[in-house]
Design a binder for this molecule. Structure first.
Ligand code: IMP
Length: 216
């Protein structure tokens, strides 16, 4: 099994990645490095690459594979806020704060069709190997719930409802019903296998793995 050192302090991310990568033959272990500085940038890939560059000085072994994954919640009617500032927004205003920022919307506007609560999670996964650095991208379109819902997950999961998927696993048009659905429940209200079917993180990892040469 190829071991992947996942540089993150977020155990929720590690378990989601392990759930996906271990059946594919990768062992995922969490890597803590003190003093990693997150650059000020409005681009997730720039942030992820900067973390990889800093982590290179702390490789557990010379040929270690290091994974960094940066994600954020982008709310359309807030011009993409909190986006790259999602971690800070979670610590400060939290899920309740995101709901408050949208509370001026009238009940008519709460309808999915209005699109005013549209949001998406985006993730960028960056893998450093002795053979090069690869980058994968993933998005999960959806909307912000009217209320906090669910006890599971982490971060903004309790306020995010993913858009339904078709049988091929692709998001359907906004407001349409798909074969795969959380039935209006948030990521925090469904189990981790269900979240994985929609997840930006899993999509970024899948994109990343498609770039790993098969002879490695
Ligand atoms: P990070 O910088 O990639 O750790 O992510 C920034 C913030 O985005 C985190 O603090 C989480 O609050 C939020 N976030 C990232 N991915 C998810 C997710 O899958 N569910 C809920 N919140 C997430």
């Amino acid at each position: 099994m190829t071991r992947i050192h996942f540089l993150t302090s977020n155990e929720g991310k590690v378990s989601e990645a392990a759930l996906h990568l271990e059946p594919l033959g990768y062992q995922v272990v969490q890597l803590h490095v003190d003093g990693i500085v997150e650059p000020q940038s409005d681009d997730l890939e720039t942030v992820a690459r900067a973390k990889i560059d800093q982590a290179k000085a702390h490789l557990p072994t010379e040929d270690a594979w290091i994974l960094v994954e940066d994600a954020g919640l982008f709310v359309t009617s807030l011009d993409g806020f909190p986006g790259v500032y999602s971690a800070y927004a979670l610590q400060t205003i939290g899920c309740a704060g995101i709901l408050r920022l949208l509370s001026h919307l009238h009940s008519e506007d709460l309808k999915v069709e209005s699109g005013l609560r549209a949001a998406e999670f985006r993730a960028v996964a960056c893998l450093h190997t002795p053979h090069g650095t690869m980058v994968g991208h993933g998005t999960c379109p959806g909307r912000i719930a009217a209320n906090v819902d669910g006890e599971g997950g982490f971060g903004f999961d309790p306020v995010f409802i993913p858009r339904d998927l078709d049988l091929a696993g692709q998001p359907v048009e906004a407001g349409q019903q798909g074969e795969v659905s959380t039935h209006g429940r948030t990521f925090a209200a469904v189990d981790s296998a269900t979240k994985a079917a929609f997840s930006h993180r899993i999509r970024a990892l899948t994109d990343l793995l498609s770039q790993v040469p098969s002879n490695l």
